[in-house]
Ligand binder design. Structure first.
Ligand code: SF4
Length: 454
């Protein structure tokens, strides 16, 4: 197992996550809590392994908020639960306050858990509808034997006030509260045992946008007052920007970029981060709103792509060493390849395709030979063969497929660290941990598929 996270760790960090890995065998029936978009076609397979979290490393220093962002299905929630050891890791370690959580069990682990709390996405289902909010807030204190009954009630009322609720509501049931108020009850409950670290799993995504900012402001105020450290998970980058000090971007079980917030938003280094940022809706109606730079589905975590996992959707895939095309010519090749993958055209006459995708001329040399062969296959209606040829000769032979990227680069803003798992950063890297991966030799499906250096 390779460590594809940031190469060095901060020994003073409150939380140090090293090479954390969580795999699920689909036959285990342990898929609850695994979030991945292609879930349903795969749950019936009996022996496959879902690589939900794969070699993730990061640190969180005391008092910091690390935002964790990524599309639905990238493994964020599984990572959160594995960090807290609500799920047993398959590999890797989590150090909290200097202790390796994997070395703890029984009572020592239970005591340590008091200092690590979690807030979940759905404020409705995470509150027992049969309990009044006072006893709900007191529950963790009771479980950890904190205070007597009177003391717990006083602390619950104090915390209700701290999170912006009326302490007189101690005897109300959850249904009497709005979504935002229920999430405040969850906050009070998490705070009741005086934790140091709270994992917040999409805590505001179920709330109206107008309420989100209020709850986020409350969370920031509580962080200052109680010296809290947050791991804050969200798929919404504006929420992440509001609350985070640093941001980690996750894609298909890997962390692909980590940097200070301003550095990441102003100078993203990874094409996936750039695509997420480009997809943020712009308030100006003249801008046309959301721009669709991120296309295609997240691949299955059962069989993730080799090398860089983003390569099947990346608009910047690096051309294989066997070719020497100008960037605009290489971009035309990628555009044509994507069109074939999506079956985006009906007219397959080679002349039409040449004009449509290579107006400046089809590249000459090895790349041109592959393209002409692809045109020929398309004209014969052999779409799958054409797609396979283009994938084998243009994508599978790229460094993006043959080596797993991990680079630290100089930040443009500030003096923090900037990690980017993208080979486009290899020339500016101050440190790297690149692993070559074994890619199966493509089964050349047609004897006319020529070697790239022909
Ligand atoms: S390594 Fe290659 S495929 Fe991955 S993000 Fe960078 S350019 Fe794109």
């Amino acid at each position: 197992m390779s460590d594809v996270g940031p190469p060095a760790s901060n020994p003073d960090a409150l939380v140090q996550v090293r090479n954390l890995t969580k795999h699920f065998d689909t036959e285990d029936g342990l898929l609850d809590g695994v979030e991945f978009t292609n879930e349903f076609p795969y749950v019936s397979r009996s022996t496959e392994t879902v690589r939900a979290v794969d070699g993730v490393s990061f640190d969180i220093v005391e008092g910091e908020t690390l935002g964790l962002v990524g599309e639905s299905g990238c493994g964020k929630s599984t990572l959160a639960r594995t960090v807290l050891r609500l799920l047993e890791p398959t590999d890797g370690s989590v150090y909290f306050q200097g202790d390796d959580l994997a070395s703890l069990s029984g009572e020592p682990l239970r005591r340590k858990r008091k200092d690590m709390q979690m807030i979940f996405q759905d404020p409705q289902s995470s509150l027992d509808p049969r309990m009044k909010v006072g006893p709900i807030v007191e529950e963790p204190m009771r479980a950890h034997g904190m205070l007597d009954e009177e003391g717990r009630e006083a602390r619950a009322k104090e915390l209700l006030e701290k999170v912006g609720l009326d302490p007189q509501h101690y005897n109300r049931y959850p249904h009497a509260f709005s979504g935002g108020q229920r999430q405040r009850v969850n906050l009070a409950r998490a705070l009741s045992v005086n934790p140091d670290f709270i994992v917040c799993d999409e805590p505001v995504s179920a709330l109206d946008v107008s309420i989100q900012a209020q709850v986020l402001n409350t969370m920031e105020a509580l962080q200052r007052e109680f010296d809290l450290t947050y791991l804050f998970i969200a798929h919404d980058l504006s929420v992440i920007r509001h609350i985070s000090d640093r941001v980690a971007v996750m894609y298909l079980g890997n962390v692909v970029e980590v940097a200070d917030k301003e550095e990441l938003f102003e100078h993203p280094k990874h094409p996936y981060t750039k695509a997420l940022l480009d997809a943020i809706p712009v308030p100006d109606p003249r801008s046309g709103g959301r721009t669709a730079t991120l296309t295609g589905d997240v691949p299955s975590p059962i069989d993730p792509p080799s090398g860089c996992r983003f390569r099947t959707r990346c608009p910047k895939v690096i051309q294989p060493a066997a070719y020497d095309l100008r960037e605009d010519a290489w971009q035309n090749v990628l555009r044509f390849k994507r069109a074939v993958e999506r079956r985006a055209f009906e007219e397959t006459a080679p002349d039409v395709l040449r004009r449509r995708y290579f107006a400046d001329a089809v590249p000459s040399g090895a790349a041109g030979t592959v393209l002409e062969e692809a045109f020929d296959r398309l004209e014969r209606g052999a779409w799958d063969d054409a797609e396979r040829l283009l994938t084998e000769r243009f994508t599978d032979e790229s460094v993006c497929a043959t080596a797993t990227p991990a680079y630290e680069v100089e930040p443009t803003l500030g003096d923090g660290r900037h990690y980017a798992a993208c080979h486009l950063r290899r020339d500016e890297a101050t440190a790297s941990a690149v692993d070559d991966v074994t890619v199966e030799e493509p089964a050349r499906s047609d004897p006319t598929a020529l070697d790239a250096d022909d």
